[in-house]
Design a binder for this molecule. Structure first.
Ligand SMILES: Nc1ncnc2c1ncn2[C@@H]1O[C@H](COP(=O)(O)OP(=O)(O)OP(=O)(O)O)[C@@H](O)[C@H]1O
Ligand SMILES: [Mg+2]
Length: 157
């Protein structure tokens, strides 16, 4: 569990996490509205060295950010936000329509609001929980699920 007092801390944590990531990684971001999932993804994008602003898309559900070789980028970031799929009759079918599995092996995939909908797509994933405390600071918890996530996270601490 790490404390993230400000948005800059959240983005910086994301940047350090992003530097550890590689093609095939799936990150499932959980936490309430406004927790900082997109802010963390902005940092991850910086750590990966990908192009384009990471935003909370209103209509687009998944966006591909291509690597920027000038900033050492080697792998694309697929940023998905499944919030709007939560009300669908069959959210998992909607997720399947996004075709995330077509890019999963070649990209880093970060999904907001995807808990319970995307984990079946890969053998291992990193679950990232962000919580908002009463004083408005955030707490982040990384839960390695399978693979070599636990070993890789040791480098973060
Ligand atoms: N420590 C912090 N870390 C991240 N964001 C913070 C922090 N403190 C305040 N904020 C504010 O909280 C908001 C987080 O917004 P963000 O879009 O990243 O949340 P989100 O979890 O993606 O929300 P949503 O569920 O709507 O997608 C921003 O307005 C940011 O300025
Ligand atoms: Mg968001």
């Amino acid at each position: 569990m790490n404390e993230l007092p400000t948005i800059a801390d959240t983005q910086d944590f994301g940047r350090r996490l992003g530097a550890l990531l590689r093609a095939g990684d799936l990150l499932v971001l959980t936490g309430p509205l406004g927790a900082g999932k997109t802010a963390l993804t902005q940092g991850i994008a910086a750590g990966l060295g990908v192009l384009g602003d990471v935003t909370s898309p209103t209509f687009v559900i998944a966006r591909v950010h291509r690597p920027d070789p000038a900033r050492g980028g080697r792998v694309a970031l697929v940023h998905a936000d499944a919030y709007r799929l939560g009300d669908a009759a069959d959210p998992r079918a909607e997720i399947d329509d996004l075709d995330l599995d077509a890019s999963l092996d070649d990209a880093v995939t970060v999904v907001e609001w995807g808990e319970g909908m995307v984990e079946h797509l890969v053998d291992a994933h990193l679950r990232v929980g962000i919580d908002r405390r009463d004083d408005d600071t955030r707490l982040i918890e990384l839960v390695p699920v399978g693979g070599d996530w636990a070993d890789r996270l040791a480098a973060l601490r």
